[in-house]
Design a protein around this ligand. Structure first.
Ligand code: C5P
Ligand code: MG
Length: 208
């Protein structure tokens, strides 16, 4: 009886999805490092920005135009749209460990997440890719010049994106910092050097 209960409990614990949030300014290398983490640590990578761009490209979506306007202006899309996309992607993956990249990006994102999802998952940590604005700008402009095809990898959109990051996203990082969940990485270094830091952080944490 106790054994049965214990295995049921184990099953239950296993089923609670684990989440790592990935935050940092535009061009801080979140996407690049997430790919590395997926390869070596077996997480599912869900980029809020990518999911929004996918939704924008769907001709049947009623939100395409709204999303494009927000992205071009570097503003944060209302959370119900983003959270629905994230929840659907989590469900469809059938997996249990998620890197949620570029979310929560402002107070609205945070409140929506706390209202809709937080109690159903375990938040393991927030990886904070900290990078000076000059380096981030250069990376994004290079990415644009190399043909990223992104409508927001231009100087005008970038200024707005950085402003949004400073004014809206930084306080969210501070909020998680107070909960002791933030792991800061020096994201100004080369991709390999940043990944070494990431590996140290993840290896030190109990990810089971
Ligand atoms: O993370 P990424 O740079 O791909 O995000 C691109 C844009 O997508 C953001 O500048 C913002 O307009 C939108 N976005 C959003 N809400 C999020 C993540 C991204 O509105 N949580
Ligand atoms: Mg990205």
């Amino acid at each position: 009886m106790i054994t049965g209960l214990r295995s049921k409990l184990k099953q239950f614990i296993k089923m609670v999805p684990k989440v790592v949030f990935v935050l940092g300014g535009p061009g801080a290398g979140k996407g690049t490092q997430c790919q590395n983490i997926v390869r070596d640590f077996g997480f599912v990578h869900l980029s809020a920005g990518d999911l929004l761009r996918e939704e924008r490209a769907n001709p049947n979506s009623q939100y395409g135009e709204l999303i494009e306007n927000y992205i071009r202006e570097g503003k944060i899309v209302p959370v119900d749209i983003t959270c629905s996309l994230l929840e659907r992607a989590m469900e469809e993956s059938g997996k249990e460990r998620f890197l949620i990249d570029g979310f929560p990006r402002n107070q609205d994102n945070l409140e929506g997440w706390n209202r809709r999802v937080a109690s159903k998952v375990q938040l393991l940590m927030v990886l904070f890719f900290d990078c000076p604005i000059e380096i981030c700008t250069e990376r994004c402009l290079n990415r644009g010049a190399a043909g990223s095809g992104r409508s927001d990898d231009n100087l005008e959109s970038l200024k707005k994106r950085f402003n949004t990051y400073q004014v809206e996203t930084k306080p969210i990082i501070d909020y998680y910092q107070k909960m002791n969940l933030v792991r800061r990485l020096d994201a100004s270094l080369s991709p390999d050097e940043v990944f070494n830091q990431v590996k140290n952080v993840l290896n030190e944490s109990n990810l089971q």
